[in-house]
Design a protein around this ligand. Sequence first.
Ligand SMILES: O=C(O)CCC(=O)C(=O)O
Length: 279
Amino acid sequence: MVSKVIFREIDKEEESSIIESLYEFGYAKIKSYFNFDDALRIGDWLTSKHSELIAKNKSYNEKIRAGSKDKIIFSIHKYNDIFLDFIDTSIVRKILIKFLNDPYYRLIPNELPNFTLGYFNARSSGNELPLHMDNYVPYSGSVPLACQVAYYFNKSDIKNGCTIVVPKSHKSGTYADRSSTDIKHIICQPGDCVVWDSRIWHGTTNNVESHDRWALISTYKQWFLKQTLEMTSTISSSQYSKLNNIQKQLLGFCAMTPKNEFDSVSTKKGYEDLPTLIN
Ligand SMILES: O=C(O)CCC(=O)C(=O)O
């Protein structure tokens, strides 16, 4: 298996074009963001890990409410540290920061992220995923509540459950219209990455092939929103000791709900309030 994922640099020109595409169309594709062969290796590992999980627990899909054809592994970093590398990438630092950072946060310098990772999961498409949005509230304007970053480990095309979007629908101010025909199929190669404003209507095609279409789907949210999974409790103490402050903050360690009023009355913290150790 891969020991470290190296992401390529994003220069100023590419950064501006990704940001422009996100504002204008609601999504952007970053080609060859990490190594093609490493991506395939991670995809193979996911296929065998998923089989192992299903073999150990026949009702695994039922428990996580996944369709029978879907393959999904939540909190994938619990099974392999390599996925921690995907938490704090240059897409997060250079792109998402423009959309999700609270400029009045103050306790963390504005040039560093103050939003959090709501959750991430590895998913291989099964049945078609109908058009939906993940922003909870539809509205137009330039500031989403959430953005998603997808890292592809296999080729992803119409036949094996590629991501689909309705370009510009993030500006519609409405929930997804599932009958929309203005669909763009985002064809990707292993190592590509796609980022989208969570207001965009998106989903996947049906996977009619026997090959998996693994991608890591990371959902980042503004810091004051409840994380979908309690990410802080998914981290082991040995993982915690290896994380940098930015990874810890993205995992929600600066936005934990205080136990009581004597502990604190604020969910907004800086790095100096990070726990030094966790159990
Ligand atoms: O797997 C994909 O390509 C899209 C996943 C998705 O739409 C979601 O997790 O909300």
